[in-house]
Ligand binder design. Structure first.
Ligand code: ASP
Length: 341
């Protein structure tokens, strides 16, 4: 109840700040919010299932919490959801039947952490954060990442759920690997068909807190039925995620190979630095993918999502069907994204 009252006040505060542009008015309306409100917090994330993740992130932001805590909290929701067959627990396995997870996180001070091909851990994003905060490194991969997680109190679990196992066994009948466009949304919950050819899914999330600081997180089980050891764009800083607190942040979803070759999220941020809006920066980046791989890129889906320092957000995709979720003091909604094809 208390939390809800705070939230309602905060929403009012968000609208007041928007209408008047005056932070001092906003502050006096929010006498029970400890952190001084200099900016309207906002969180955005990939796909329809980003909505539930945003709600968890918003609880942190609305209390004046840090964007870094918000994005970690947010993406843990799909990571723990057995009905989400693309992220964390319940993620679809590689072709050997192993669920291998990729995740990265980046904060407002250019600090970053990443885990690649991590098995048996429900929350790879929290391991990535620990790599960032507790080691001199940025990336830990495979068994080294697992040993690091276990020695820091994470529990070893079986991530292959019966329905993901069934989907893999079905896939084994033909062993045909072809990424399916927009499978991410269909892979979530009731839309999932265990017998179908499910390929990939990711949540990328970026947020700005009341201090105006930006952080981001990206986590995935990668392309289903990938070769064992394959790593996509999602845990690669600059490809699946990039945060530059002076300019903004971007994240990606879709076929990671296409994103890596143009270092997509970093490119989006650099285009915003040149003055492009988030949507136009994402569009130019998608166009670059087609330019560098005119044969391959048009056949797959990739979407970019970006937030700038003014709190403006936007996205663009190769194909129709990419969606993203937004939560701030004014709106909680899902946007359908424009695309090249
Ligand atoms: N980007 C992820 C990867 O390539 C997959 C996805 O977003 O669906 O591993």
């Amino acid at each position: 109840m208390h939390t809800r009252r705070r939230f309602m006040k905060f929403s009012l505060l968000g609208s007041a700040a928007l209408l008047t542009g005056s932070h001092s008015i906003a502050k006096s309306l929010a006498d029970n919010i400890v952190t001084p409100v200099k900016n309207d917090p906002v969180v955005i994330s990939t796909w329809d299932f980003g909505k539930e993740a945003n709600a968890a992130a918003w609880e942190v932001l609305a209390k004046g919490g840090k964007a870094l805590d918000a994005v970690e909290t947010g993406v843990k929701v799909p990571e723990a959801d057995p009905d989400n067959h693309s992220v964390g627990y319940g993620g679809l396995p590689d072709r050997d039947g192993r669920v291998t997870l990729d995740a990265c996180i980046m904060d407002e001070r250019y600090r970053c952490g990443s885990v690649m091909c991590l098995e048996h851990i429900v929350h790879p994003i929290s391991v990535a954060r620990m790599v960032m905060e507790k080691t001199p490194h940025v990336i830990l991969a495979g068994d080294g990442a697992l040993q690091f997680a276990l020695s820091n109190g994470f529990k070893k679990e079986n991530l292959l759920t019966p329905s993901s196992k069934k989907a893999w066994e079905n896939w084994l009948k033909k062993e045909h690997y072809e990424p399916e466009i927009n499978i991410e949304n269909q892979l979530h919950g009731k839309h999932h068909h265990p017998g179908g050819v499910d390929n990939h899914d990711t949540i990328g999330m970026v947020a700005m807190d009341a201090n105006g600081d930006i952080s981001g997180a990206c986590t995935t089980s990668g392309m289903a039925y990938k070769m064992h050891g394959r790593v996509g764009d999602s845990p690669v800083i600059g490809a699946g995620l990039y945060v530059d607190n002076e300019i903004g942040a971007a994240t990606a979803t879709g076929v990671g190979e296409e994103v890596i070759r143009i270092v997509g999220s970093h490119l989006v941020v650099e285009l915003m630095r040149q003055g492009y809006t988030p949507e136009d920066a994402c569009k130019k980046t998608v166009e670059r993918m087609i330019k560098v791989n005119p044969e391959g890129a048009p056949k797959v889906q990739v979407g970019f999502l970006a937030l700038n320092k003014k709190g403006e957000y936007g996205a663009y995709a190769l194909q129709k069907g990419f969606t993203y979720a937004v939560r701030n003091g004014r709106e909680e909604r899902i946007y359908t994204v424009k695309s090249i094809y």
